[in-house]
Design a protein around this ligand. Structure first.
Ligand code: BTN
Length: 250
């Protein structure tokens, strides 16, 4: 365990159930400074969004969680944290390849394939976020993925060479805290605008599917709550969706 400064820890583990679980537990037991991180070589129960699991081969990828205490973020406006995390991952991967986009709400895509995933778990205290554990998995050096995973890709598969995971993590930390300082200065609009610019399928009409069937629409907005606003091509009606209420038709 490296002790960076008082209470701020970078904890490196060979194996854990999930870096998010580990960091959440530790943050409950002791006071950790903002920026504390847990990094693992392998997770036995890697967690993804909506109760899915996150599979990553041993020692090849980046699996980490970062703790922050965002000030005055209402629970119903917590999507700003997703925007910051997604942009930080995108800006990091931009150093290595083109064609990185954020697929709403916070998947990171290279072209039509997923290269990174983000799972944010917030503790809410009286309508405000008390702390936020930002879990990130980036496929770095994995060469083969199990066939049951739908569309994964790694940096190795894109670039064709092994990358230093610590170097990528350093870049991520810098990118994250650049955006986070902007957020602390109140520059939320800049972050929202950047997020919109970097969205997957942000321009033009595409097929989507909700509980009533398929329809063609374009992205109008992503609200502070995280809802996606789509405008249908035929009736020009605006429809607002929470995560998992709509899917992108491939
Ligand atoms: C998703 O796309 O479904 C989100 C995946 C998030 C995976 C990361 S890996 C590090 C951290 N620990 C976890 O258990 N999950 C996140």
């Amino acid at each position: 365990m490296e002790q960076l400064s008082k209470d701020r820890q970078i904890i490196r583990l060979e194996e854990t159930e999930s870096t998010n679980l580990y960091l959440k537990q530790l943050a409950r037991e002791e006071h950790l400074e903002e920026g504390s991180m847990v990094i693992a070589d392998f997770q036995t129960v890697g967690r993804g969004q909506m109760g899915n699991s996150w599979f990553s081969s041993k020692g090849e990828n980046l699996l980490f969680s970062l703790l922050i205490y965002p000030k005055e973020v209402l629970a119903n406006e917590q999507f700003i944290i997703s925007r910051i995390a997604s942009l930080a991952v995108k800006n990091t991967l931009d150093r290595f390849t083109d064609d990185i986009r954020i697929k709403w709400p916070n998947d990171i895509y290279w072209k039509e394939q997923k290269i990174a995933g983000i799972l944010i778990e917030n503790d809410i205290d009286n309508k405000y976020i008390a702390n936020s554990v930002i879990g990130i998995g980036i496929n770095v050096n994995q060469q083969i993925f199990p066939p049951e995973l739908s569309n994964p890709v790694s940096l190795w598969q894109i670039i064709g060479s092994v990358q230093d995971r610590d170097y990528i993590l350093d870049i991520f930390q810098r990118e994250f805290f650049l955006l986070y300082r902007d957020f602390e200065k109140g520059e939320i609009k800049t972050i929202e605008d950047e997020y919109m610019l970097d969205l997957y399928r942000v321009n033009g009409y595409y097929w989507y599917e909700d509980k009533n069937g398929r329809f063609m629409a374009k992205v109008e907005d992503v609200l502070p709550s995280g809802h996606l606003v789509l405008k249908t091509i035929d009736t020009e009606e605006e429809r607002k969706y929470a995560f998992k209420e709509v899917t992108f038709v491939e």
